[in-house]
Design a protein around this ligand. Structure first.
Ligand code: NAP
Length: 248
């Protein structure tokens, strides 16, 4: 997909929810979707950071975004249901869902892996992805066509020593993506996973503290792949494990 170029304003009148919109790849994806015309619903756990992204989108003259503060670590199923109710009341439907937020946890051998960290990573990376998908799906069905993108990782496709809960959570994400894609095969909703590959963000710096960040692509470099995931008029790929690197 090296030659993919998104059409200007192809996301006009589309409503897209982005989790982890406060930093890194999610923040850049939110800005980029807005640049291409989308009304972006920004979700994150840090209200100050969310408001800063909101202000940036407004100052650039893109469509007015919306804010959904949500901590994926400790929100109840009722809170996810309420998020869907708020989106339904405000917008009536949802065209795209980018499930991007994740918790790295810590790198440790399975034998010594801290249980609390394991549960937290599974809650943020797997259970929250399931809950948001479950409660948003009726809203996506209301859109003419829809796209769901779940964020994976290289270690969600091939296990690697010490990546523990994070790697296992990403395998679960791939499983959720494939299961849902199969269920929706006959619908106009596409469901895919995206592996960004090593990218210059806070999470990558935490995982690889000795690495020179200047050797890595930036979140902005990855945006062709992230636009493709939401290009529901042209993209009929579903159930696919996509690599952002293939678009560079
Ligand atoms: P990042 O810069 O650390 O951003 C992570 C985002 O997730 C932030 O917005 C963060 O919020 C949010 N988040 C974390 N825990 C949360 C919680 N409990 N509730 C709500 N939001 C929460 O990381 P990134 O590199 O952009 O990662 C984005 C996605 O790409 C992740 O799914 C990651 O696994 C995946 N990925 C990244 C790389 C890479 O090299 N960067 C490689 C493979 C996969 P705060 O701003 O409040 O911290």
């Amino acid at each position: 997909m090296k030659n993919y170029t998104a059409e200007d304003q192809f996301l006009a009148n589309k409503v897209i929810l982005v989790t982890g919109a406060t930093d890194g790849i999610g923040k850049q994806a939110a800005l980029t979707y807005a640049e291409y015309g989308a009304t972006v619903i920004l979700s994150g756990r840090n209200t100050k950071k969310l408001e800063a992204v909101y202000d940036e989108i407004e100052s650039l003259g893109y469509p007015q975004p919306a804010l959904v503060p949500l901590n994926l670590q400790n929100s109840s199923p009722e809170q996810y249901s309420q998020v869907a109710d708020v989106i339904a009341a405000e917008f009536g439907q949802l065209d795209g869902l980018l499930l991007n937020a994740s918790d790295l946890g810590l790198l440790s051998p399975i034998e010594h892996f801290d249980e609390e960290t394991w549960y937290r990573v599974m809650q943020v990376n797997v259970n929250a992805t399931f809950l948001l998908t479950k409660y948003c799906l009726p809203l996506i069905r209301k859109a003419n066509k829809g796209a769901i993108a779940m964020t994976s990782s290289g270690v969600g496709r091939q296990g690697r020593a010490y990546w523990g809960a994070y790697a296992v959570s990403k395998f679960a994400t791939e499983g959720l993506m494939q299961t849902l894609a199969d269920e929706l095969e006959k619908s106009d909703i596409i469901v895919n996973s995206i592996n960004p590959g090593g990218t210059r963000t806070k999470m990558r710096a935490n995982a690889f503290p000795g690495e020179d960040p200047n050797t890595l692509p930036t979140p902005k470099d990855l945006m062709p792949a992230y636009l493709w995931l939401m290009d529901i008029e042209n993209n009929r790929q579903t159930g696919q494990s996509i690599d952002a690197r293939d678009f560079l």
